[in-house]
Design a protein around this ligand. Structure first.
Ligand SMILES: Cc1cc2nc3c(=O)[nH]c(=O)nc-3n(C[C@H](O)[C@H](O)[C@H](O)COP(=O)(O)O)c2cc1C
Length: 568
């Protein structure tokens, strides 16, 4: 799969800037524009899609926020943060918002996009389920996900997406990847190179790009396309609050902070970001709702220190001008676009001619030979598309079976278990057997090796195995596990993946022994064990399809976690 829409992209920018007018203007000038769906209702999203289609026939994409799981801890932490902000709110005469969780209308938006497809749907803040990826691809949309860490590349690939947005550290606005651990990640060029080394998928590079030359360098570095965000914030179509626009060109220095929404985002430095520093909790969207009235007040009154001034590191090089002009300036083919623009005096006669032709258009008779030829061509094209669709489906199925024939991968997407019917008979060969024997000998030594994380993964898999689902929403598992770790000890995705594989294989090798060994992996600290058990329950109960067997298994795990640790 490649990226068929040209090398330059308008990044999605929710919260106002990514207006239909901005998307349409850049699309007309040769960019591929993204309409942000974040913070909108599905109805508003639909009317914006309609508005863009009324303004341009050019293709464009839609960007959707993926909700992260709610947790009581996030609410408590947001309440603690509210106490810190209370004096500021009192000074401003504003009541803070109520910290709360919502899913940003995720399901309805995906349903809308399935019913009313656009060429590309990109996701941010997390990833869609494999089912949603397929639903969108089935209606002809490409599906892209955002990553900040090269180790997330393989996960994206296994999800079956058509491409990845590699968002570098310089980028303005939120970190869009599935994990927000608050740590610094790679800048755009280095992230692109690292992702490129791991996948053949097309990569859209984003972050800190302000000029055509910078875009060209990333394209030469292997990007299939390059996205501009901050560069377009100065365009009138972006309808930015005046206080934000002024700050972009008058303030210096940006920082990545959770102060405004509870999710890391790059903004201009203000008193708010300086005072709070890293002190805001990782509690999105609770903090977003909490601070919203204060931020709205800052926008309305022009108090920059009360506003989330999203900005990429390149903000000082902003060139406020109409979006189409900027797009043409940035475009490597800008000569072609400005030559064909109706601002070019040489194009004036062409414009007049086009208008005259439009005016003189008459309906043709049914037996007009040109009309007949057009109908034949159109039938031919739709037959060809149908053939293509059938071939594509057959190929997708073959690729799916080839990729997910492996038991490890089946375990990770929740398909394969000892009880599950085999998807496909995989040919045995000597090499495979040698590897299996080696693995088995190695695994024999690993039943008692590991700690709390291994115990949690093993327990979740044990509970969910009879339902043939480790958990389709694997990221819930990851989120739960990562939350259990202190920030400086969080395992990387690669490490987690290896742990998933090992724990799954241990359960397959000897389920009873693997479960009996769990207490030996647990720490002595009762609080840690209780938190881990709560995380296990949160994940295993998430699908709401408990059976007697899963309840029995959950109880067994609870008993093991409650028992005094044999380690102490
Ligand atoms: C004001 C603003 C809003 C943004 N909103 C979104 C969004 O809704 N979805 C998303 O995936 N990324 C969002 N981003 C990130 C951009 O899509 C993109 O990754 C970033 O702007 C690229 O870096 P740059 O700003 O340095 O060009 C936003 C960025 C900004 C500046």
């Amino acid at each position: 799969m490649t990226w068929p829409h040209g090398p330059l992209v308008l990044a999605p920018m929710a919260g106002g800037p990514g207006s239909p007018e901005l998307v349409a203007a850049v699309s007309e000038a040769g960019f591929f524009g993204f309409l942000p769906a974040g913070y909108l209702s599905a109805t508003d999203l639909e009317s914006r899609i309609t508005a863009i289609r009324a303004l341009t026939a050019a293709p464009f994409g839609v960007n959707v926020f993926v909700p992260s799981p709610d947790s009581p801890l996030a609410h408590t932490e947001a309440m603690g943060y509210a106490a810190r902000l209370a004096p500021w709110a009192a000074d401003a005469g504003v009541e803070l918002g109520r910290p709360s969780w919502d899913d940003d209308g995720y399901e309805t938006k995906v349903d809308l996009l399935v019913g009313n497809p656009v060429p590309v749907v990109s996701f941010t803040f997390g990833w869609p389920s494999g089912h949603d990826v397929e639903r969108l691809q089935d209606v002809g949309s490409q599906v892209w996900v955002t990553i900040n860490d090269p180790a997330e590349t393989e996960w994206a690939q296994e999800l079956g997406v058509d491409g990845v947005v590699a968002q570098g550290w310089e980028a303005g606005g939120h970190r869009g990847g599935p994990v927000d651990n608050g740590e610094e990640h790679l800048p755009t060029a280095a992230l692109l190179a690292a992702v490129r080394a791991r996948t053949e998928l097309p990569v859209l590079a984003a972050g800190g790009v302000m000029t055509g030359q910078e875009a060209r360098a990333l394209l030469e570095g292997g990007a299939s396309a390059v996205a501009f965000g901050t560069a377009f914030l100065g365009c009138p179509e972006a309808v930015l609050a005046p206080v934000h626009l002024h700050a972009l060109t008058h303030r210096e220095g940006t920082t990545v902070t959770r102060a405004f929404t509870g999710r890391s985002a790059r903004a201009l430095r203000t008193t708010w970001t300086d005072v709070i520093g890293e002190g805001a909790p990782a509690a999105y969207p609770h903090v977003h709702h909490l601070t919203a009235p204060l931020r709205a007040h800052g926008k309305a009154t022009g108090e920059a220190d009360l506003v989330h001034l999203w900005a990429g590191e390149g903000h000082a090089r902003l060139r406020p001008m109409p979006a189409a002009d900027l797009a043409r300036e940035l475009h490597p083919n800008r000569l072609r676009f400005s030559a064909l623009s109706d601002r070019n005096p040489l194009m004036k006669p062409v414009k007049e001619l086009a208008e005259a032709v439009r005016k003189d258009r008459r309906p043709v008779s049914e037996n007009n030979p040109l009309l007949t030829a057009e109908k034949v061509a159109s039938t031919w094209i739709s037959t060809w598309w149908e053939g293509y669709r059938l071939a594509r489906d057959a190929m997708t199925e073959a690729t799916f079976l080839a990729a997910y024939g492996s038991p490890v991968l089946q375990a990770m997407v929740g398909l394969g278990t000892p009880a599950a019917p085999t998807q496909r008979r995989i040919e045995r060969d000597l090499a495979r057997e040698a590897i299996a024997t080696h693995w088995q000998a190695d695994l024999e030594k690993r039943f008692d090796v590991g700690g709390l994380v291994e115990a949690v993964i093993r327990s979740i898999m044990y509970v969910r195995l009879p339902q043939r689902a480790v958990d389709e929403r694997g990221f819930r598992v990851l989120e739960a596990i990562r939350k259990l770790q202190t920030a400086n000890r969080r395992p990387t995705f690669g490490e987690l993946k290896a742990m998933f594989r090992d724990q799954y294989l241990l359960l397959r090798l000897d389920e009873e022994r693997a479960v009996r060994s769990i207490p030996r992996l647990l720490p002595g600290d009762g609080q840690q064990r209780a938190a881990a058990l709560a995380a296990i329950r949160e994940v295993t109960g998430a699908s709401g399809d408990d059976t007697d067997e899963t309840r029995r298994r959950t109880q067994r795990i609870a008993d093991l976690f409650d028992a005094p640790s044999p380690r102490r």
